[in-house]
Design a protein around this ligand. Structure first.
Ligand code: AMP
Ligand code: GLY
Length: 423
């Protein structure tokens, strides 16, 4: 069969790599892809937000199955358009993608259906926001309602900081329109983890739990990024916690959507805070995480095509999804200065020397220029190792990193450290 992967990051290289292992797949296209996807797929120069261009391409090439990597085309309704044209596509439709596209939609859904999440309120009036902060007390979390490139979340330890956050967002309009409304949320103390699940809108199959590392620097310091590394399985998600996530979060979420007339098909991403007495939802996404996809799909033993087709036809209950019992650790190599200010076009050396059966270098911001592999984005590579124990697998990933070079490369040195604390 002919397949198409939409997107250009490390997650999309991982999807291409996984599809390439399927005996059912003859040909893979990536739109627009990166230098990593180009090794296994044919890159097509169509932007991942160009929905009509992608529909036209899939029709012209008779694509049998399309995977949508990033959220933007899902939120824009690419799945609805593919379905209208009778094209098979893996991912949620526009209505279901609101779970990620609108914080207010997802918070209200959780409140209405008693899905555990931080208590919150939304405000358009800064005075009322400040009164609420004084009532509830600190620590408290202030969030710009709209998209603010991950910088619109302020965790305030003191009342003065919380009030300043409201003023920066609402009066100084630091995030523009995104700050016309603020969400003020209870501070949750605990450890974060990600649980992804395949679902056809009825049956839900959780994947191995994983953990991302959002801050740019070691010890979870510095600005928030798209993710500096991830590993799976995450031991903080014990069997008991996973059962609670399934019973109290995944099933109620899919049920709640159904009651609202929405059928979710694809990958449901729950960003969780595991607190001493309960696990709560920090955020939903409607796709694989990046970089969580790198370790999670590295552990998936079942053919991804079989899972995707079952999700699309509503037959997921008939599929047995199997996982390797190994550990997988992905360390992201980023451009120096990411996520704020960085240069691209730096030549990358050493990848070939690193790749082996138990270590794969998934590429993100890379391109081939004048026959050279160069950096083309903030997150550049995800060096992903497989092994039997956490420490050994972490070491293996870092041994790989040491052999790869590009100017000003930056990576965290503590990816996976939380797994060690749980032993
Ligand atoms: P968000 O963009 O809403 O996922 O928030 C970004 C990051 O801020 C999360 O990954 C958490 O580390 C932190 N965060 C968000 N909401 C809370 C909360 N209610 N309590 C504690 N930390 C939070
Ligand atoms: N790694 C976080 C995300 O994909 O949103």
């Amino acid at each position: 069969m002919k397949t198409l992967v939409i997107g250009s990051g490390g997650r999309e290289h991982t999807l291409v790599w996984k599809l390439n292992q399927s005996p059912k797949v003859d040909k893979i296209f990536a739109a627009p892809g990166n230098a990593g996807t180009a090794q296994l797929a044919k890159n097509i120069d169509i932007d991942d937000k160009n929905v009509e261009g992608l529909v036209e391409f899939a029709q012209k090439e008779n694509i049998d199955l399309t995977f949508v990597g990033p959220e933007a085309p899902l939120v824009a309704g690419i799945v609805d358009r593919f379905n209208e044209e009778g094209l098979k596509v893996f991912g949620p439709n526009k209505e279901a993608a609101k779970l990620e596209g609108s914080k207010v939609f997802s918070k209200n859904l959780m409140a209405k259906y008693d899905i555990p999440t931080a208590k919150y309120d939304t405000f358009t009036d800064p005075e009322k926001a400040i009164t609420y902060i004084k009532e509830v007390g600190v620590p408290i979390v202030v969030k710009a309602e709209g998209l603010a490139a991950g910088k619109g979340v302020i965790i305030a330890e003191t009342e003065a900081e919380a009030i300043e956050a409201v003023e920066t967002i609402m009066l100084d309009k630091k995030f523009g329109q995104a700050g016309e409304r603020v969400v003020i949320e209870e501070y949750l103390d605990g450890e974060e983890a990600t649980v992804l699940a395949f679902t056809d809108g009825e049956k839900i199959i959780p994947m191995v739990p994983s953990q991302d590392h959002k801050q740019a620097y070691d010890n979870d310091e510095g600005p928030n990024t798209g993710g500096m590394g991830a590993y799976a399985p995450a031991p903080v998600v014990t069997d008991e916690v996973l059962q609670q996530v399934y019973d109290d979060i995944l099933v109620p979420t899919i049920d709640a959507l159904q009651k609202e007339g929405i059928k979710f098909k694809g990958v449901l991403y729950t960003g969780l805070m595991i607190t001493a007495d309960e696990t709560k939802v920090l955020e939903y996404n409607v796709r694989f995480g990046d970089p969580e996809a790198q370790p999670v799909l590295s552990l998936l033993k079942t053919d991804l095509v079989d899972i995707a087709e079952a999700v699309i036809t509503g037959d997921l209950a008939s599929v047995e999804v199997k996982w390797s019992d190994k550990k997988s650790v992905c360390v992201v190599m980023a451009s120096g200065g990411y996520p704020i200010d960085y240069e691209t076009g730096k030549e990358i050396a050493g990848i070939k020397e690193v790749e082996a059966d138990d270590i794969t270098v998934f590429q993100a911001g890379t391109e081939n220029k004048d026959n050279k592999l160069v950096t083309a984005g903030g997150r550049v590579l995800g060096v992903t190792a497989l092994g039997d124990g956490y420490q050994g697998t972490i070491n293996k990933a870092y041994q790989g990193i040491e052999k790869i070079e590009f100017e000003d490369a930056h990576y965290r040195t503590d990816i996976g450290h939380k797994a060690l604390n749980h032993k």
